[in-house]
Design a protein around this ligand. Structure first.
Ligand code: HXC
Length: 268
């Protein structure tokens, strides 16, 4: 689908995306690239990263990939440094890496709970922490008046409660708290904006195909205000908007991009 935005609105920006080689993360990588950004992808699976980088380059997008796990601080530090070494600076960090599976709370081991918090919550903090020195105003390659931008991919699961996703709900609640706290501290001190996006059911993603079959069935009309599954493009367009100059006064918010689904209740 064609973008409604001008193709140069992210011109000259350098973006690092965790989980940027697949799913929603890859669509954000692609759209950021199509709007002028250079792209660094961090992920655990080398073949996924290699394929993603090739696909971006075939579109003429400057792209590089680095293997790494957001649960390891040394990986986070190495990938941030390698990105700045490759492109000369860092403007945008997108935390899209996530872990998930469906399991009843009573069957989830504490280590299973911890694993998802380590990826989604601690991983997001670790990446933000390591990227900070390059996102500050006045950092190498940056002006002395403008800081960078952080985008955290969240969820709407924890707005109410979600069956069999206590670990992800807790992890994304922590992510939203970090979005607000970092927006406050780093917006004040370094002119860095920090925002989130909470996707609803999005087609062709792990979240939809494996996790939410119950949401999308022939009884869904009463539960889905727009009665549509979203597309990765919808998340990417919201990301482009927030990352661009058009979003310069938006800080500390997590935008649900779910067609209004989280608001809905079955009709009585
Ligand atoms: C119960 C499970 C489990 C499952 C793992 N565990 N899978 N418990 N049911 N299906 C438990 C294990 O038993 C273990 O605990 C602990 O979790 C760690 O498991 P490992 O396999 O050692 O972990 P690891 O190899 O690091 O794998 C991480 C993972 C994995 C999260 C468990 O599934 C993963 O990376 N998945 C791919 C990522 C993914 O699905 N991305 C899409 C995210 S979509 P014990 O106690 O046995 O040691 C998304 C959308 C959210 O986030 C919103 C949806 C609407």
């Amino acid at each position: 689908m064609e973008s409604p935005f001008k193709p140069d609105i992210l011109k000259g920006k350098v973006a690092l995306l965790t989980g940027g080689g697949s799913g929603i993360g890859f669509e954000i990588s692609t759209q950021f690239g199509k709007h002028g950004a250079s792209i660094a992808i961090m992920g655990r699976r080398k073949n996924v990263i290699d394929d993603a980088v090739s696909a971006l380059r075939s579109l003429g997008i400057p792209a590089v990939g680095f293997e790494g796990d957001v649960r390891r601080r040394e990986d986070a530090e190495r990938v941030v440094e390698a990105t700045v070494k490759h492109f000369g600076k860092l403007d945008i960090l997108v935390n899209a890496a996530a872990g998930n599976f469906l399991v009843a709370a009573e069957d989830l081991s504490p280590n299973g709970f911890k694993t998802v918090l380590d990826i989604d919550s601690v991983g997001t903090f670790t990446m933000c922490h390591e990227a900070l020195k390059y996102l500050k105003k006045g950092a190498p390659g940056r002006s002395s008046s403008t800081g960078g931008f952080i985008l955290n991919i969240s969820a709407t699961l924890h707005y109410t409660a979600s069956w069999y996703q206590i670990h992800v709900s807790a992890a994304k609640a922590a992510v939203d708290a970090m979005t607000r706290n970092l927006a406050l501290e780093w917006g004040t001190d370094y002119d860095i904006r920090v925002n989130g996006i909470a996707p609803g059911p999005i087609s062709d993603t792990t979240g939809l195909s494996k996790l939410l079959p119950q949401e999308i069935n022939h009884n869904s009309r009463d539960k889905m205000p727009l009665y549509k599954v979203g597309e990765k493009w919808d998340i990417a367009m919201a990301s482009v908007y927030l990352a661009s100059y058009a979003g310069k006064y938006i800080n500390g918010t997590t935008m649900p991009v779910d067609g209004g689904l989280w608001l809905s209740q079955p009709r009585h």
